[in-house]
Design a protein around this ligand. Structure first.
Ligand SMILES: NC(=O)C1=CN([C@@H]2O[C@H](COP(=O)(O)OP(=O)(O)OC[C@H]3O[C@@H](n4cnc5c(N)ncnc54)[C@H](O)[C@@H]3O)[C@@H](O)[C@H]2O)C=CC1
Ligand SMILES: O=C(O)[C@@H]1CCC=N1
Length: 266
């Protein structure tokens, strides 16, 4: 089964590299990429064929669209004449609905919407997938196989996609923001930057492993760290005073709303 990736920026390369790591034959992969220098970079790095979008659409069994939501309409209009019934189109774009894609492609083309995230680069990705209206089990299984090469895959109803985008799609950025803030705090408290970075990164990795390995609720794990009258309680009180929990809620609502706006083309 050949797969084409149209749009090989951050997320397109993440998918491509994951497929290569998972042992997909490079001669079964193709890339369509607008920027010539980026295309050359990918050819050199992976030995993958970079072809026109139309050639990619005509030749591949599965066409993964990884361009920005704002570019999706133009790309679909460009490749529609080359698509045929029986092919699978997979969109990784925020906001873009399966109905929008189906309205641009020929009858009989199956569409699956995916929301991945960048930890896929280290095979710890979280991808949610939703079927369009002409999908069967084999199409969902194919997308599960594509995405499970780089992490976990969850099937969800499409109406949850904007919320999923706000939580796991954008999620790594929030975590990196917290990490960055803690490192800066360490420096402010007088630690060398390298020391602060090592402390924060290992604390994050250790905490993530505890969540996954114990299966305990985060509240339980937080309470274990919070000694009565101790340092953690003092810090958590400040986070509540500064309304950090409310800020997280507002931030994720904003991301969900932006995903909805992208669906409307703005
Ligand atoms: N970066 C992330 O963490 C995530 C991104 N996504 C989705 O992935 C998509 C791509 O995002 P990024 O990779 O971050 O953006 P990006 O800007 O790094 O990549 C987009 C790529 O598409 C190429 N491109 C644009 N128009 C094209 C065309 N007509 N034909 C061929 N290639 C074309 C650009 O040259 C660029 O290399 C977006 O729709 C985004 O919503 C989804 C989840 C996470
Ligand atoms: O920021 C964005 O729009 C994309 C979608 C989810 C993560 N990055």
């Amino acid at each position: 089964m050949s797969t084409a990736i149209i749009g090989a920026g951050v997320m397109g390369e993440t998918l491509l590299s994951g497929l290569v790591r998972a042992g997909r034959r490079v001669d079964q992969l193709m890339v369509g990429e607008k920027r010539p220098e980026r295309a050359r970079e990918l050819e050199e790095r992976y030995g993958v064929a970079v072809v026109s979008n139309r050639e990619a659409a005509a030749k591949a069994d599965t066409v993964a669209l990884v361009v920005k939501p704002q570019d999706m309409g133009d790309v679909l209009t460009e490749i529609a004449p080359d698509l045929r019934a029986g092919q699978l189109v997979v969109s990784l774009a925020a906001g873009i609905t399966t109905a929008f894609i189906e309205s641009h492609v020929p009858e009989g083309v199956a569409v699956v919407r995916v929301m991945p995230n960048t930890p896929a680069l280290v095979d710890e990705g979280m991808a949610a997938i939703s079927p369009g209206s002409h999908c069967d089990e084999s199409h969902l299984a194919e997308v599960e196989s594509l995405m499970s090469s780089t992490g976990k895959v969850l099937r969800i109803p499409e109406k949850q996609m904007d919320a999923v985008t706000a939580i796991s799609g954008s999620g790594p950025a929030y975590i990196f923001f917290v990490v960055e803030s803690m490192i800066e705090a360490g420096v402010h408290l007088g630690l060398p930057r390298t020391t602060a970075t090592e402390l924060v990164v290992q604390t994050l990795v250790g905490s993530a492993a505890m969540l996954r390995e114990t299966g305990d609720h985060p509240v339980v794990l937080r309470e274990q760290v919070t000694s009565p009258g101790g340092t953690t309680a003092s810090a958590l009180r400040e986070l509540e005073v500064h309304r950090v929990r409310a800020a997280f809620l507002a931030a994720m609502e904003a991301a969900r709303n932006r995903s909805r706006e992208l669906a409307e083309g703005s």
